[in-house]
Design a protein around this ligand. Structure first.
Ligand SMILES: NC(=O)c1ccc[n+]([C@@H]2O[C@H](COP(=O)([O-])OP(=O)(O)OC[C@H]3O[C@@H](n4cnc5c(N)ncnc54)[C@H](O)[C@@H]3O)[C@@H](O)[C@H]2O)c1
Length: 357
């Protein structure tokens, strides 16, 4: 196969803002074949903008195209499972938006479908493809420069960033709030930089202190405070099978100085503090001959992570490689987040079941 046909399920913000342009720029290897959205206007607008010939309101019609090899699922979270499994069973590879699903039960079924059909299931966790994340993976995982990593602290914090569009404030449709929406990105990057050890348990708490109030300013549009059913802050302590732990903090809204997306990794040879999605310098902390050093790498390339993410998927499909971000990782993330949400309700540490049988 020299060119792959791509179909899009969901033509909203992320599909039109990132996926369609990123696939369209690879016109030597990719053909945009069809788009489906329950909102016909959104599907038509996307088709016109990106010259996509076939438009549907029912994604099952899109799946009938023999010349579609890869389907991008960019619907709200509640619709990921059904569309992904239907696409895999129709013989298509799938590039699914993050989080893989609303919960681990749905994610497990999706991974099982990928294994059963032998098709690729890629999760759109594009932070891994940033220049900083790629540099850190080489420095930390491939070269082992931090020594044994025993602890990480991950932050995905917005000061006033409740999304004013879509269904991001609806627990039933999304599965959760900032933890599942933005916490998932920094948690994935953190685990990837630790070599993705399996999680064994989590303890957590969630709070809703702002989203259900009419007097709170919205810097990402205005949401309907009467329909806010998710947390606006979540914290978790995650135990991993190798004995390491991670604390994760995530907010849509909090009284902090400003937004923060970063990871701190502590190893017994060195530590690292970095923002995977920003140009702020990476800082490495270490000791040599009883002197303390702060090291700052200065030539980390600036990579468009959305483009690199899509290029990796296209390369995998064309060259029969495994999914660049495998469905299994999306499943582990859902399992951890389920445990944090359950712990927030019960007040106890919750064991994590990572079996995929
Ligand atoms: N990777 C990232 O950084 C990133 C950024 C933003 C959003 N996302 C993810 O992308 C997904 C969509 O988010 P968005 O911001 O584009 O939302 P959105 O609300 O702007 O768009 C979603 C679109 O899906 C359509 N839709 C709903 N149910 C459908 C169905 N059954 N079949 C076909 N279409 C359907 C809606 O009509 C809408 O047009 C979410 O899972 C979100 O978490 C990821």
């Amino acid at each position: 196969m020299s060119k792959i046909g791509v179909g899009f399920i969901g033509a909203g913000g992320i599909a039109q803002g990132q996926h369609m342009p990123a696939y369209a720029r690879l016109s030597d290897r990719v053909e945009l074949v069809a788009v489906a959205d329950v909102n016909e206007q959104a599907a038509r607008a996307a088709a016109e903008r990106f010259r996509i010939p076939h438009v549907y309101t029912d994604y099952r019609e899109l799946l009938r195209h023999d010349n579609i090899h890869l389907v991008v699922v960019a619907t709200p979270n509640f619709a990921h499972r059904e569309a992904t499994i239907a696409a895999l069973e129709a013989g298509k590879h799938v590039h699914c938006e993050k989080p893989l699903a609303r919960n681990a039960r749905e994610a497990r079924e999706m991974v099982q479908a990928a294994r059963r059909t032998g098709k690729l299931l890629h999760v759109s966790l594009q932070w891994r493809f940033s220049g900083v994340a790629q540099f850190l993976h080489k420095y930390v995982v491939e070269e082992g420069n931090l020594g044994e990593i025993y602890y990480a602290r991950a932050h995905a914090l917005r000061r006033r960033g409740i999304p004013g569009w879509g269904v991001f404030i609806d627990k039933e449709k999304q599965g959760g709030g900032p933890l599942i929406d933005i916490g998932v990105h920094i948690l994935d990057t953190t685990l990837w930089l630790m070599g993705y050890p399996k999680p064994v348990s989590a303890f957590g708490a969630t709070y809703t202190k702002f989203g259900n109030r009419p007097d709170v300013v919205g810097l990402m549009g205005q949401w309907d405070y009467t329909r806010f059913t998710v947390e606006d802050f979540a914290v978790g302590l995650i135990r991993l099978e190798n004995g390491a732990t991670i604390t994760l903090e995530s907010s849509f809204c909090a009284n902090i100085q400003g937004d923060e997306f970063n990871v701190l990794l502590l190893g017994d040879k060195a530590g690292v503090f970095a923002d995977p999605m920003c140009d702020r310098p990476v800082r490495i902390f270490t000791e040599h001959n009883r002197s303390l050093y702060d090291i700052q790498p200065i030539n980390i390339p600036n990579i468009n992570s959305y483009h690199a993410n899509v290029e990796a998927v296209v390369d995998a499909v064309l060259n029969n490689k495994p999914a660049p971000v495998p469905g299994e990782h999306g499943f582990y993330l859902n399992a951890i987040m389920d445990a944090i949400y359950e712990s927030a309700e019960t007040g106890h540490e919750v064991p994590i079941d990572t079996s995929l049988e």
